[in-house]
Design a binder for this molecule. Sequence first.
Ligand SMILES: C[S@@+](CC[C@H](N)C(=O)[O-])C[C@H]1O[C@@H](n2cnc3c(N)ncnc32)[C@H](O)[C@@H]1O
Length: 274
Amino acid sequence: MTDLSQPPLPGTLPDKRQVAASFSRAAASYDSVAALQRAVGMALLEKLPSNLAPARWLDMGSGTGHFSRVLAERFAQSSGVAVDIAEGMLRHAREQGGARHHVAGDAEHLPLRDGCVDLLFSSLAVQWCGQFASVLGEARRVLRPGGVLAFSSLCVGTLDELRASWQAVDGMVHVNRFRRFEDYQRLCGDSGLELIDLERRPHVLHYPDVRSLTHELKALGAHNLNPGRPSGLTGRARMQGLLQAYEQYRQVQGLPATYQVVYGVLHKPSDGEQ
Ligand SMILES: C[S@@+](CC[C@H](N)C(=O)[O-])C[C@H]1O[C@@H](n2cnc3c(N)ncnc32)[C@H](O)[C@@H]1O
């Protein structure tokens, strides 16, 4: 994930091949640890306009296909496409149904023709895209006039306890970077789509210890992939330092990990509305 609060700099974006490989490796373990992802996707579904009846939907960054199956059930008369950059995720999803088509592709360059979907649903995927403006441009292109884009993502403030604890140990970046909420606001405002709803909500998870959190991030395929991340194994002394630094955040429920979740719903104006 990339901090796009700064202008993009060559070499600072996560390598998409690494993102795809990491999620492909995580396909088998992902569902067992995806409680937050489930909750966020369900909250995003609740934000869809109540009268929405898409003939064709796209689940972008579909992962294991959990929400493709939910969409297929909710819109029983519809037909769906699942797009993901990770072949391993698509293989896993394809076996379980939901979308009619499973297509490998990048949210910034969708392998779909213009105006072919009524609903573009994307939960917790676009934080991996360096150019959110390109994602919005593609959404505008593939949506039919009158269509809806519903996305969730992560912004600055996410995993700050882990980031700050590592910072105290070695001053290095061990946590993925995120765009600022203000950048989501600006980019959505400039997208040519009509903004229906954009909000940021904190979700806080609790863990008995730091290892449970870092193992979960790995099982999700969402551990640090930033260029310049520290390489190699974490030495015992540094790990000890991390555990100690994180302890200052401990609450009665355990060690907190904060996710700042962005929810956005946008509408492509019909021809008469433009
Ligand atoms: C955290 S998972 C979310 C999966 C699913 N939407 C869910 O809520 O369970 C993120 C997914 O986005 C995919 N992804 C990351 N970058 C992408 C890109 N540029 N284009 C399409 N998919 C991407 C990953 O491969 C992964 O399957």
